[in-house]
Design a protein around this ligand. Structure first.
Ligand code: ACM
Ligand code: ZN
Length: 762
């Protein structure tokens, strides 16, 4: 796998280079600067080039530039406090020249470069622009094309997270990640340090966090939905020492990156409970989690020792981290144990709280008060709105934007990180060969298209401080895989975080991105290099045929396709308009780089099944959940949904029954009826309690032709039944929803999701 990557990573830029010379009017900078003017003459950074810096506060940035240059050509340039007459790069802070916070101005002339920042952060952003320029120019000697650039950020908060609990990453990897964040003008690294599956920060007062909470017995293999669960049998864990954390903070500070640590509470606390069971409602015993999900054992909110523990932990955290903000989690805290706990119930009674949501609010507010007293402020996930928001809290809106919008209405600061667009643990391609990921589908184009708080009135926009991308590591089984999932989606986020909305343009971004792959390769950063492959972005069934719309990001390549099962090459059909499939078959398509007849990326394949119901009228009695409703037409569009069910082919009914009627238009002889149902109890997806298929000639009198009550397959249950030439115009499929998920099952007490796709009539 790794070798193949390097080969492809190596090939791509060279090929681009061969055909597209450096565009002298557009540098390949990401994020796109606010304003740039080509001034003609490039500046060559040679052995004699000096770095000129007079201000003490800017000296660390001068050394950073020195290090970056040396990393690239192994030569060390001198930093001077005396202005050279020529051949120098000057760095300075001057907020009268650059009025915008974190802004910078770069003037590149033939004999010198002048970089002025509003502040040190601005100087660092300017250095990163320079670095991108000299790498993408790709000269033997370092060269920077002549531009005047004036640049500043759209949002004050530009973050990327990393979960190190589910999988841990080396200090070297964390540093590389931070350097990449700085390269793309992020200013915040949100370090998710504790969770059910492992506690990763050394806390000296509580040694069992190191000896117990940092470790789990074993780790789940494959996706959580696959049952029976399989485990690797290997003890897994570790933690960052306080010395390592200080070193990472120093490294980040030099790069303009603030690190916000996250200590999760009151939920996602199983690892801590394993070490100190007296902090849980039942007293345990508990074990650090070995698989992914939400667990109902959480910190006891009725027990004062819980707060003593967390305050002591936070006291060490604030000693280490200079960040004004401390993330205290607050998400996905199940209330089942609190409901049954005498201490929690006593607290509710004593404080006259309404319910367990108000108890959670009490919990967060008590912690907020402690942190506020230390001069720090809290950030919490949007669940902290439930039961009342803590007075000074910033809300990180992840379950869509609604929590963030509500917090803004309550005049609280907001960071938008909706899972619909900014969760980089989700699949970025629907290709079969994609390594296992968390579930949903978030291609690069979707990240780029995100418009934060577009519906918020202008008066409330100042409360939207910025955006953040999430990198949950359940399925980041290696550092390479983490990089593959995060980049280049993080570049799309960087541009939406930095560049004014009016200057963003996806096609243009892709052209620049193709050059940024040179930068990523040079820095030996793993990334998803297949973003130029074929995507299918529309499927329409009509008149018994299926029309598929394909696209590629690649600006200079074409798509070629076949429908006869042969492998497409440059002589196959050239894709110019949507492909219309009138017969069952496989559509295979490939991006081909024209001049070299070179296939780029993976081959796209889609099985299309033409049957009597393709394009037929569908009537639904109940509506699917909006998130699982790509349109009722998908039930009869000739495309069967994938077991990953992220392909917009499945309808999902939450708690409600399924009742679908297919109108074939005319009464006709039918021999078989089929449909697919999903069963993944570990994803709260339950096949129906009973499925019935009925047929009718007039749409009023129905005759039952099939009933099924057991669905033994964990995954896609393919129902195929023979009806031996029965005459019918209407086919009705009903499924009784499991309803409330029973006790002992994952998601107990919540609504079951009934998921169905392709109803096949022949
Ligand atoms: C989250 O994804 N649970 C914040
Ligand atoms: Zn309790």
């Amino acid at each position: 796998m790794r070798i193949a990557w390097i080969l492809i990573i190596g090939l791509l830029p060279v090929k681009l280079l061969a055909q597209e010379p450096v565009d002298s009017t557009q540098p390949f900078v990401v994020p796109q600067p606010v304003s740039l003017k080509n001034t003609g003459q490039p500046f060559t950074i040679d052995d004699a080039t000096l770095i000129y810096c007079l201000q003490e506060t800017v000296m660390p940035s001068a050394r950073l530039l020195q290090d970056y240059l040396q990393a690239d050509d192994s030569r060390q340039r001198k930093v001077e406090a005396k202005q050279p007459s020529t051949n120098y790069i000057s760095l300075q802070v001057d907020s009268t020249i650059v009025p915008q916070q974190e802004g910078y101005r770069l003037q590149i002339d033939k004999d010198h470069i002048e970089l002025t920042g509003h502040d040190v952060a601005g100087v660092i952003h300017g250095i990163q622009t320079l670095r991108q320029l000299w790498i993408t120019t790709l000269k033997k000697t370092l060269q920077v094309p002549g531009y005047t650039i004036a640049d500043y950020p759209r949002f004050a908060y530009r973050g990327m997270a990393l979960d190190v609990s589910r999988h841990m990453f080396s200090v070297d990897f964390i540093k590389k990640y931070i350097d990449l964040l700085s390269l793309y003008k992020f200013n915040t690294f949100h370090w998710h340090l504790t969770d059910d599956q492992g506690w990763r920060i050394e806390i000296k007062k509580y040694p069992r966090l190191q000896s117990v909470a940092a470790w789990r017995k074993q780790t789940l293999i494959g996706h959580k939905k696959e049952t029976p669960h399989r485990f690797d049998g290997k003890r897994y864990g570790g933690y960052y020492t306080q010395e390592e954390i200080k070193e990472v903070i120093r490294y980040a500070t030099a790069r303009g990156i603030t690190i916000i640590p996250e200590i999760e509470m009151p939920g996602h606390a199983l690892a801590a409970l394993a070490a100190y069971p007296e902090l849980g409602c039942t007293g345990g015993p508990y074990a650090t989690a070995t698989f992914w999900g939400i667990f109902d054992d959480v910190y006891c909110a009725g027990n004062d020792s819980t707060f003593t523990f967390l305050q002591n932990v936070l006291d060490e955290v604030v000693e280490l981290f200079p960040s004004r903000y401390i993330h205290i989690g607050g998400d996905e805290c199940l209330k089942t144990k609190w409901q049954a706990c005498p201490k929690c119930q006593q607290r509710i009674k004593a404080l006259a709280l309404k319910d367990e949501h108000e108890l959670q609010s009490y919990f967060i507010q008590r912690i907020e008060k402690h942190l506020n007293s230390k001069g720090r402020a809290i950030i919490g996930w949007d669940e902290i709105l439930e039961g009342g928001l803590a007075p000074n809290a910033t809300v990180m809106s992840w379950r869509g934007e609604e929590g963030g919008l509500e917090a803004a209405r309550q005049k609280h600061a907001v960071i938008m990180t909706p899972e619909s667009h900014l969760y980089f643990d989700y699949y970025q391609s629907l290709h079969n060969d994609e390594p296992v990921a968390a579930g949903n589908y978030t291609p690069l184009s979707k990240v780029y298209s995100y418009q934060p708080a577009a519906t918020l009135p202008d008066s409330l926009l100042p409360y939207i401080k910025g955006v953040e991308g999430q990198a949950w590591s359940e399925y980041y089984t290696s550092e390479d895989q983490a990089g593959y999932m995060i980049f280049p989606r993080a570049l799309a986020l960087a541009e939406l975080a930095w560049t004014p909305a009016a200057l963003r343009n996806y096609e243009q971004f892709i052209k620049r991105l193709n050059w940024q792959t040179v930068v990523l390769s040079r820095l030996k950063a793993p990334y998803y290099y297949l973003y130029n492959g074929v995507e299918c972005n529309n499927i329409i069934a009509k008149n018994g045929s299926v029309e598929l719309t394909l696209r590629t990001n690649h600006p200079y390549a074409t798509i070629h396709y076949t429908t006869d099962n042969s492998t497409p090459d440059w002589q196959s059909n050239w894709y110019e308009a949507p492909v219309i499939m009138k017969k069952s078959g496989v559509l295979k398509a490939q991006v081909i780089e024209g001049r070299h007849n070179q296939p780029l990326g993976r081959m796209y394949q889609q099985v299309v099944t033409i049957h009597k119901a393709v394009g037929a009228q569908v009537t639904l009695k109940n509506q699917p959940l909006p998130r699982w409703n790509p349109g009722k037409e998908v039930l009869v569009n000739g495309i069967a949904g994938h077991h990953r069910y992220n392909d917009a082919q499945w309808l999902g009914f939450s708690g409600d029954n399924l009742e679908a009627v297919i109108d074939l238009g005319t009464s006709q002889a039918i021999n078989t009826i089929g449909l697919n149902l999903l069963n993944y109890h570990w994803q709260r997806i339950w096949a129906p309690v009973v499925l019935n298929i009925e047929v009718s000639e007039d749409g009023e009198q129905y005759k039952k032709v099939y009933t099924q009550k057991n669905f033994p397959v964990n995954g896609i249950n393919k129902i195929r039944t023979s009806v031996k030439g029965v005459k019918a115009r209407y086919v009705k499929v009903t499924g009784v929803n499991k309803g409330i998920i029973p006790v002992g099952e994952y998601g107990a007490g919540g609504k079951a999701l009934l998921m169905i796709d392709e109803i096949i009539v022949n």
